[in-house]
Ligand binder design. Structure first.
Ligand code: E4P
Length: 222
């Protein structure tokens, strides 16, 4: 399973790329707002980062106010001019699907986002979207099973050999990362803090302490 960083902060992206070898980046309007950069500055910085990394996909979302396919397509084309690494995030609405289909046909990769049911994930696969993004934690916060529909999507894609890659998004814990992997997700996207938390287990620290005590009480030379 690939690990993407869910962030538009260039310091976090650089850190996760250089130290963890993350496989890609996803952003959304909230992440770009949190990065403190004007939208087009963020786009340029992400394009610059990707310039020498041909296999490093970065998802950038269109203006979420756009509702007409033609407007979505126009904005996606404009963003995509900055980098071939960009996959354009398009909402899983009817007009979003129409736009994503058009974009894929002209060679612009898309990430159909805001998917909250398996039914919403089938059409993105049929129209050849590069990615489909189910949002796990938002479902769980709403009292729903967050991972069940990811399992369904993975099974459906396997049944029909769909090439669309599942990005399990809105991931908040190591447990959700594991569940995504068990469900058969291609990719998980999470913030740096989630990955950092997933490294931690108290027994690792306890074990280190025990081994340090043993090390300190062992003669080093004959
Ligand atoms: C994924 O592509 C999204 O950017 C993200 O995971 C959405 O959820 P969040 O902003 O609540 O993490």
């Amino acid at each position: 399973m690939k690990y993407f960083l869910d962030s538009a902060k260039m310091d976090e992206i650089t850190y996760a790329y250089e130290n963890y070898g993350i496989d890609g980046v996803t952003t959304n309007p909230k992440h770009i707002q949190a990065s403190g950069q004007p939208f087009m500055v963020a786009v340029q910085n992400l394009a610059d980062f990707a310039a020498d990394k041909p296999d490093f996909p970065i998802s950038i979302e269109i203006n979420p106010h756009l509702t007409e396919s033609a407007d979505m397509i126009a904005m996606a084309e404009k963003i995509h001019q900055f980098s071939d690494n960009f996959a354009i995030k398009i909402p899983a609405t009817e007009n979003g699907i129409i736009a994503a289909r058009h974009l894929e046909q002209e060679g612009i990769r898309t990430n159909v986002t805001l998917i909250f049911s398996a039914a919403q994930a089938i059409m993105p696969a049929k129209i050849g979207a590069k990615y489909a993004s189910p949002f796990v934690n938002w479902k769980e916060l709403n009292g729903e099973d967050g991972m069940g529909y990811v399992k369904d999507i993975a099974q459906i894609y396997r049944n029909y050999g769909y090439q669309t890659e599942i990005i399990v998004a809105a991931v908040r814990s190591g447990h959700q990362i594991v569940e995504a992997a068990k469900a058969g997700a291609d990719i998980v996207t999470a913030g740096l803090d989630v990955y950092r938390d997933s490294f931690y287990h108290p027994y690792t620290d306890l074990g280190l302490k025990r081994f340090q005590d043993a090390w300190d009480n062992t003669p080093k030379e004959a």
